[in-house]
Design a protein around this ligand. Structure first.
Ligand SMILES: [Fe+2]
Length: 422
């Protein structure tokens, strides 16, 4: 595609056929849909007069975070127009020709050939992840494309000096303000509700883990944004991976914010029964989940649930699943244990650092976990569950968290366990 200069935004939009993204119509399939708590963020108000109201929201949030680790967020302050516009930009971004996308790859073409000493990999690096980057079961490669944005919270870093495809660059201010609003406004409110849950002074989690310190990336809460689109696998490959388009996993983050969409395909693995249940659609809502960082920081009181994306039902197969995600991280030197929190609630309930956990920072966890997702030696397993990986005395995904008699000793006999050498 020829590089063109001096086009105004309308001309750029026309050049890339910017148009509304057509969402799927609801499915008629009878499926068991998990009833997520719907948190109305417009009820969050600051100040002593509204403390009771915040406490009520905190109680509702606690029920979600301590059981399923997922909830829906409504009246969050993001307009339908903003979602629509970002979906349109994402759609055009994924329609760029392959040779154009190759100029903006986040790393290598496959996870197994990625040089992780110099690259964050396609999971976390800025730019495109091509289809086929990840290895799935039985030699099948994934059929997902994504485009990541990094360093959005730091004013000096994300700026326009970085290379972006023309259509992305033209809409970058809106993309950035969307992700910054989630971090600076929505996340801040959620962390205050978590303070109330954990009986900490309001503002504690924000100040100590998530606050953005301009010009100091290391000591700053951060996150990265993503456009993500799922293309259908061919039926043969689909059968080989048991209809999993994205295998079950937990996120390494503190919080993940996904735009809700109507295709029946996101499933959560019930923490207590191991059953997979669909997440229903919350129009104009965000689906939020807890990741490993917050699970560890709360001594596993908050749950980082396993989730996956499966083949949509027949009546939605002609639509694309397109989502916009914000992965929110605590600052890199955060210790992933509950002791620094000193939470009276966690102490009373008996949630503490597990004996086998090594003392690690979020940076250590993020780097190790980030390398594992699409590696063939991790995913070359017979069941849905990947091979167990032990990082710093912690399982990289906790598929057995509800089994009381589960022990690493027994797991070593039954499963292939890959251990990192820390
Ligand atoms: Fe995820």
């Amino acid at each position: 595609m020829a590089t063109t200069e001096n086009l105004n935004i309308d001309e750029i939009d026309k050049k890339y056929n910017l148009r509304p993204f057509v969402e799927a119509t609801p499915s008629d399939t009878a499926a068991e849909v998990i009833q997520l708590n719907s948190l109305d963020l417009s009820l969050f108000q600051e100040g002593p007069d509204f403390l009771d109201q915040r406490k009520k929201l905190a109680t509702q949030l606690e029920e979600s975070l301590s059981t399923v680790g997922f909830f829906a967020l409504v009246n969050h302050g993001i307009s339908q127009d903003t979602f629509d516009q970002l979906r349109s930009v994402a759609q055009s971004t994924f329609e760029l020709p392959d040779q154009e996308k190759k100029k903006y790859l986040s790393g290598a073409l496959t996870s197994d050939t990625e040089d992780r000493s110099v690259s964050l990999g396609a999971e976390r690096g800025a730019g495109f992840k091509p289809k086929g980057y990840w290895s799935m079961k039985n030699g099948v490669k994934d059929s997902i494309e994504l485009y990541n944005f990094r360093d959005l919270q730091q004013r000096e870093v994300y700026d326009s000096s970085k290379p972006y495809p023309e259509i992305v660059k033209a809409h970058l201010p809106n993309v950035v303000s969307y992700f910054r609003f989630i971090h600076g406004n929505i996340l801040k409110k959620l962390t205050i509700l978590c303070d109330i849950i954990l009986e900490l002074p309001e503002g504690y989690l924000w100040e100590n883990y998530f606050k953005v310190v301009d010009g100091d990336s290391y000591n700053s809460g951060s996150g990265f944004g993503r456009f993500m689109i799922y293309h259908a696998l061919n039926p043969e490959d689909e059968a080989k991976v048991d209809n999993n388009w994205l295998r079950g996993h937990s996120d390494g983050t503190a919080f993940t914010f996904i735009t809700s969409q109507p295709i029946l395909s996101l499933q959560i693995r019930d923490y207590y029964t191991g059953d997979w249940k669909y997440v229903g659609h919350t129009p104009n809502g965000l689906i939020v989940n807890i990741g490993d960082a917050l699970e560890f920081i709360t001594g596993a009181y908050f749950k980082s649930s396993i989730h996956r994306v499966v083949t949509p039902p027949d009546d939605q197969k002609n639509f694309k699943r397109l989502v916009i995600i914000y992965f929110c991280d605590p600052k890199l030197p955060s210790i992933l244990d509950p002791e620094p929190l000193n939470s009276p609630k966690l102490k009373r309930l008996g949630y503490r650092k597990h004996d086998e956990w090594e003392r690690i920072t979020f940076q250590q966890w993020d780097e190790e976990k980030g390398r594992l997702f699409g590696r063939s030696d991790v995913n070359d397993a017979k069941s849905d569950e990947p091979n167990l990986v032990l990082l710093y005395g912690r399982l990289h995904e906790r598929w057995h968290q509800a089994e009381h008699n589960f022990s690493l000793e027994e797991a070593r006999k039954k499963y292939k366990v890959i251990e990192n050498k820390s």
